[in-house]
Ligand binder design. Structure first.
Ligand code: DAH
Length: 345
């Protein structure tokens, strides 16, 4: 009996020695120390042995199985640490690597310009108009009539203005000036508002013209509003928008709703006044129309023109954006070319 036990022990020692990893060690453990192992069967068989020999054999079996367990445990510990460090090495994370790039959305260049301009005029004391006073689908009354635009004016022609089919006197507004008419009908002076939005004109599309574009309208009505204030506000706007003072030029002009009327040019950013293809050789670029609100307009909207006066202006957002960023084709704003759109932050 004892020989048999020692034989199994030697076999177990041999196999423990040969085990090369956690898995094979576990197999050895199962083979020699589990319930159905040969050792356990020998223990179970103790009851059949002669009682006087039982304690010695029993003690031997216990001693061997705890020796083997200890050995297996020690080796298990070594294998475990080894495998763990191999695994950690394999799964090592390089924290110096860049993370995944998640592309960010962009504000459209025109929205960026509108936001900037609105901020500047907020700073100069103008508030943003209520959206309901600046609709894109508009009655002729606000787009033309109240603004002193005569019935036979060429701007009213279907060649210039989009009329809504089967709806009498309804147009896609051709200018944001409809907002000043609505604001004056709906409130009393002092009025100091700014109104950005889309406008539509029946034009053939080219690098300089699109049939949808954006304008920003401004209106200031109070007692004693005059041309000097208009110049002060618009010069300050130009300085803040372009980031430095720029030579400007006021040219007299004509709009049905202002008298006197002016157009403002800034020196061409491309050639600095020398004359180039962008400014058609003149050295100047027009950025807005403006003037002192015609007393006829004030009277038409119910404001006493003897007590109040006002100035108004309207500027093209595309034009201002093109000038600031040297963009040479208006159609880029309405294309879905992401290379263009991504440039705006
Ligand atoms: N509405 C004019 C246009 O589209 C621009 C303009 C000129 C607006 C003079 C004004 C203004 O408010 O006073 O060409």
């Amino acid at each position: 009996m004892e020989n048999k036990i020692l034989e199994i022990k030697n076999q177990a020692l041999d196999e423990i020695n040969k085990a090369s990893d956690l898995k094979s060690l576990d197999e050895v453990k199962n083979k020699f120390l589990s319930r159905n192992s040969q050792f356990n069967n020998l223990k179970k068989g103790l009851k059949d042995i002669e009682p006087s020999k039982r304690p010695k054999i029993g003690a031997l079996l216990n001693q061997i199985s705890s020796e083997l367990s200890k050995l297996i445990e020690e080796k298990n510990d070594i294998f475990y640490k080894k495998e763990l460090s191999e695994k950690l090495l394999k799964e090592k994370i390089d924290i110096t690597l860049d993370g995944n790039y998640i592309p960010q959305g962009h504000v459209h260049p025109l929205t960026k310009t509108i936001n900037e301009i609105v901020d500047i005029f907020n700073y100069l004391g103008f508030s943003l108009i209520k959206p309901e006073l600046s609709p894109e689908v508009e009655l002729e009354k606000y787009n033309f009539d109240l603004l002193n635009v005569p019935k036979e004016h060429p701007a009213r022609d279907v060649q210039d203005t989009f009329y809504c089919e089967n709806m009498d006197s309804v147009v896609l507004r051709s200018q944001t000036s409809n907002a000043q008419a609505r604001q004056m009908v709906n409130s009393k002076p002092p009025i100091k508002i700014i109104s950005p939005g889309r406008v539509y004109r029946n034009e053939s599309v080219s690098a300089r013209k699109n049939n949808l574009f954006h304008q920003i309208e401004g209106l200031y009505v109070d007692k004693n509003v005059n041309m000097a204030q208009l110049k002060g506000v618009l010069n300050e706007f130009i300085r803040l928008y372009f980031g430095s003072s720029r030579p400007t030029r006021y040219r007299s002009s004509f709009f049905p709703f202002t008298e006197p009327s002016v157009e403002i040019d800034v020196q061409c950013i491309m050639c600095h006044g020398k004359g180039c293809s962008v400014c058609s050789g003149s050295g100047w670029l027009e950025i807005l129309g403006a003037g002192i609100v015609d007393p006829n307009v004030l009277e038409a909207v119910g404001i006493d023109s003897n007590t109040y006066s006002g100035f108004a202006f309207g500027m093209g957002v595309e034009r201002l954006t093109m000038l600031k960023y040297a963009i040479d084709d208006i159609r880029l704003f309405f294309s879905d070319d992401v290379r263009f759109l991504r440039q705006s932050v």
